[in-house]
Design a protein around this ligand. Structure first.
Ligand SMILES: C[S@@+](CC[C@H](N)C(=O)[O-])C[C@H]1O[C@@H](n2cnc3c(N)ncnc32)[C@H](O)[C@@H]1O
Length: 288
């Protein structure tokens, strides 16, 4: 039985500690059950408008695999070798051979330059504010002049994000008790899976939520694997992201309501940010 704590990548992120739970049984869960969603079509438009593209924090390929299937020129990068291995396996089953890079986003360093870099569901996931700012800088460096960075973010006050924990009375309830056994889901591999999560800590100054995940995998009634992992989430408000993008050198920063492209309102929990690396200006004598 595998039993992990904190995930194998924990050391690589020191000294700015942040962890992600996308390893082991959790990675298998993602590959099995997180394969659809409206974000796939939403982000696709940006990729179609500017290739080559990079899926930053691509995970098991929820967006990447449909894009590759459609013949789009997209690479992927993620901190979790387990997520990438499952992404590669799924791609190879379809005869696809993606370029995948195992790197934390704040150390992004790949050989290509891109017209589009997109990041879906990965801002602040397993990363600190300093790392996210560094990641924006790495994205800038990996875009061609005029290239576009597009990312989404769920607001900290969205339902289910533990907004009550920001106040002292809420924090006094932490760590929350572990959940009792719940529903198991059957995977295509014949195994059964269950995830149980709970909040461990919230630091309102750092805007950081720490969650624990227990992940279980059974086959024929026998427990095969049980992982216990932590995830740190850095939570961001709209204008912080705008300022961070501008600080990284981006221009033409826009904020829209996710999936509708409408002007965002107080009722929108998901926002989409676009930002452009400035195009190269022609030199004074008119030569490029
Ligand atoms: C919520 S999942 C989203 C995966 C994929 N973008 C999707 O929408 O299906 C977040 C992903 O971010 C990755 N991740 C977490 N911390 C990271 C880091 N520091 N650098 C790069 N990727 C990271 C995780 O391994 C995971 O695959």
């Amino acid at each position: 039985m595998s039993r992990l704590r904190g995930g194998p990548k924990r050391e690589t992120l020191a000294p700015m500690t942040a962890t992600t739970w996308h390893h082991g049984v959790v990675a298998r869960w993602w590959a099995e059950f997180n394969t659809t969603g409206p974000e796939i079509d939403y982000f696709r438009r940006y990729v179609e408008a500017g290739q080559p593209a990079l899926d930053l924090g691509c995970g098991t390929g929820r967006l990447l695999l449909p894009y590759l299937r459609a013949g789009l020129d997209v690479d992927g990068s993620d901190v979790s070798g387990d997520m990438l291995a499952l992404c590669r396996e799924a791609a190879e089953r379809e005869g696809l051979t993606p370029r995948l890079y195992e790197q934390p986003k704040h150390e992004l360093d790949v050989p290509r330059r891109y017209r589009t870099i997109f990041m879906c569901g990965a801002l602040g996931v397993g990363s600190t504010r300093a790392q996210d700012l560094a990641a924006f800088g790495r994205v800038y460096e990996h875009l061609e002049p005029g290239g576009v960075f597009v990312l989404d973010n769920e607001v900290p006050y969205a339902e289910g994000n533990g907004w009550d924990l920001w106040q002292a009375a809420g924090r006094a309830t932490l760590p929350r008790p572990r959940r009792p056994p719940g529903e198991r889901r059957s995977g295509s591999d014949g195994a059964e899976y269950e995830l149980r999560s709970r909040a461990l800590a919230l630091d309102p100054l750092e805007q950081r939520l720490t969650l624990e995940m227990q992940a279980f995998m059974w086959r024929d009634g026998e427990l095969l694997a049980e992982d216990e992992l932590e995830l740190t989430l850095t939570l961001y408000f709209k204008d912080e992201i705008v300022l961070m993008l501008e600080r990284a050198g981006f221009v033409d920063v826009t904020v829209k309501a996710a999936l509708t492209d409408a002007e965002p309102s107080a009722d929108d929990d998901f926002l989409v940010f676009t930002a452009r690396r400035p195009p190269e200006l022609p030199s004074a004598d008119g030569r490029e």
